[in-house]
Each structure stands twice: as C-alpha cells, then as structure tokens.
Design a protein around this ligand. Structure first.
Ligand SMILES: [Zn+2]
Length: 215
C-alpha cells in the first residue's frame, strides 16, 4: 500500500479531530504530502470511522495514483495549498468558533500573543462554493505567509511541516477564535500593537537563563 504510514496517520488524527469536537461527522478533511504524492481523507466518511485503505492517494497535480474511496470534495483546496506553500500537511474543519468568526469578521486580530504561532492576524478568505477552484485560490491568498486561514461562512484551514503540527495549529486557531468570541461578549477585546508583538518575538529569541545554585 502506497503511503501506508501517512494513511494510518490520517485515520489517527481524523479520530482525534472527531473526539476533540473539532469535526462533527464528515465536516472536515486532512491530507499529508510526501514527495509528489498526497494522501487525503475520503469524502462521505465520518472522520472517526476511517480506514487507511479508504484514503486515496493522488499526485500533486490531482491524478489518482492509488484509489480508496472518492477523495474529499475539498481536495482541490489541499492541492492548491501544496502548490503554493512548503506545507507537508493540511487540516480543514468546520470547527464551531472558527466558523463563528469566519461568518462575522474579515480577519481575526491578534488579542493574544500565541496568534504569532499562526503568523499573527488570521485572514478570512472570501466566500466561494466549497470544492471550487475559486475557493482554493481565495484560501491560497489568505494563507500567504501564515499557518492558518479562515474561510468565510465555512470554517478554517491550517498547514504544517507534518500532520501533528497542522493539527495543533487547528487546535490553536479554534482556541484563539473561542477566546475572541468570549472576550467580545464581555467587552471590546484589546488588540496587541505591532510593538507588543515585536517584543514577544524578541523575548522568544532571547529566553531567560537561570543560573545553577553553584554559580
Ligand atoms: Zn469544508
């Protein structure tokens, strides 16, 4: 079986996405790139009931190389992301708070410094019908220089060097969206300034050192 380990990982993380509530039923899809090949979750199967053999393998241009079930309808979006970024994995979900923000805002401003892990302000890609080249183009534009994007009235997408990083980015994106939505219910969230964000980057580059007792 081609990309056996990658297809096993799709099933493992598909289960985790369902168990953590990021995905309800079939409302999400995952893929992994290995060289010129991409393993993707199939359409129409709840992500917690995937089997490796059901996950199809395509080349990066979208030709089926080893078929399982029909590739997810969002496969063109995954392939567009691979064509325009160095990503090795893509996670797309209709998670609740991500979709709330994607339905009401044009971007998610950085109100917590962990937004820097996704590239800062998260852009909301313009709406287009799911599965279309137009949506793929809009997502590609929104992802430029970032690890995450929201899709207007639809959900979110994250990328990573591997599936674990892309999955953790989706968890962080959902957390940031939930914090924003809950903060907005209390008052007007303060957005971190460029200077405050730059200071965080500086701090990360120069972590504090702690002397040992003998020093
Ligand atoms: Zn979708």
């Amino acid at each position: 079986m081609l990309l056996a380990e990658q297809r096993r990982l799709l099933c493992e993380y598909g289960r985790r996405a369902a168990e953590t509530g990021l995905v309800v039923g079939t409302a999400g899809n995952l893929s992994i790139r290995a060289g010129d090949l991409v393993a993707v979750t199939p359409g129409g199967v709840p992500l917690d009931r995937l089997e490796p053999g059901a996950c199809p393998v395509l080349d990066v241009e979208g030709h089926l190389v080893e078929s399982g079930l029909q590739p997810s309808s969002e496969t063109p979006m995954h392939l567009a992301v691979y064509a325009s970024t160095g990503a090795r994995a893509v996670v797309h979900t209709h998670s609740v708070f991500g979709t709330v923000v994607a339905t009401t805002m044009t971007e998610l401003p950085p109100i917590h410094y962990n937004a820097l892990l996704l590239g800062g302000t998260v852009q909301v890609a313009d709406y287009a019908t799911y599965g279309t080249p137009e949506l793929a183009d809009n997502v590609r534009a929104a992802l430029a220089g970032r690890q995450a994007a929201l899709l207007a009235n639809h959900g979110g997408v994250t990328i990573g060097d591997d599936l674990d990083k892309a999955f953790e980015a989706t968890r962080l994106l959902e957390w940031l969206c939930e914090v924003y939505v809950r903060a907005k219910a209390v008052g007007e969230p303060r957005v971190l300034t460029e200077e405050q964000l730059a200071a965080v980057v500086q701090r990360a580059l120069q972590p504090p050192t702690f002397p040992t007792r003998e020093d």
